[in-house]
Design a protein around this ligand. Structure first.
Ligand SMILES: [Ca+2]
Length: 246
């Protein structure tokens, strides 16, 4: 019996504490969380707040124990490239891709979680700052970036070393009211067969570029399934500098 308890109790307590700790350190994004009230309550209020907090803890623990509930995925993303694809292959070389994102009226972007994989490699920029790189399309990279309140520019320099080429991306935008929307790689992105200097900057006008070509959705041959990182998104050096400047 004691052995059973030793196995069961940690199995319940550890993820529950993980969910609580996550909430405790993220309460500014959970304005109505009972944990926020519990954390801010006076000692005489705690007995009254604890049952409500326990119920929320159980609910959030259940959420975190269901695989994939909160994770980003490539489900709606398309493999895109320039219009140079022929017979499933693209020329060897470097190409540029851009997505200019303007939020819906009344919405203010705060941050983006980005999931990206590129055949064969990439450099990712947001609003002109280099966010990160990748060199193996079989393994996605993920990044967390603060956004501007209005126009935001996502730019990808893609490198093909031979054969097929493609950019696959999912970008989850979080707004200041806590709501989210998702941007994916598709034919609304612009593509260029050259990589003009400064193309990743907000001031650059990519409207004359041609729309990217979609080669199929996530899972399509020859790429199939992509390994998605289980670790939290990488905070880029560019982002760290932004944080230091604030
Ligand atoms: Ca390739």
């Amino acid at each position: 019996m004691n052995t059973l308890l030793c196995a069961v109790i940690p199995a319940i307590v550890v993820p529950a504490w993980g969910a609580f700790a996550h909430l405790a350190f993220d309460v500014r994004t959970l304005e109505d969380s009972p944990f926020r009230h519990l954390l801010q309550s006076t000692p005489d209020e705690i007995p009254r707040m604890v049952p409500q907090a326990i119920l929320s803890l159980l609910a959030f623990t259940a959420l975190y124990l269901v695989p994939g509930v909160a994770a980003l995925d490539f489900g709606a993303a398309q493999w895109i490239w320039t219009n140079e694809i022929s017979g499933g292959n693209a020329p060897v070389g470097t190409r540029a891709f851009r997505k200019d994102f303007t939020p819906p009226l009344g919405k203010t972007p705060v941050e983006a979680n980005i999931l990206i994989a590129v055949d064969n490699g990439f450099t990712l920029y947001v609003n002109g700052g280099e966010i990160g790189t990748g060199g193996d399309w079989r393994y996605a990279e993920s990044f967390c970036v603060a956004l501007r309140p209005c126009l935001n520019v996502f730019a990808v320099t893609g490198v093909n070393t031979g054969g097929p080429a493609g950019v696959l991306a999912t970008i989850q935008i979080t707004y200041d009211d806590g709501s989210t929307s998702t941007v994916v790689s598709d034919t609304t992105w612009r593509a260029s067969t050259t990589v003009p200097a400064g193309y990743e900057q907000l001031s650059f006008d990519a409207n004359r570029w041609t729309p990217a070509i979609a080669q199929g959705g996530y899972g399509v041959s020859p790429w199939g399934q992509i390994a998605i990182p289980s670790t939290p998104p990488v905070l880029s050096p560019y982002q760290r500098q932004l944080d230091l400047d604030e």
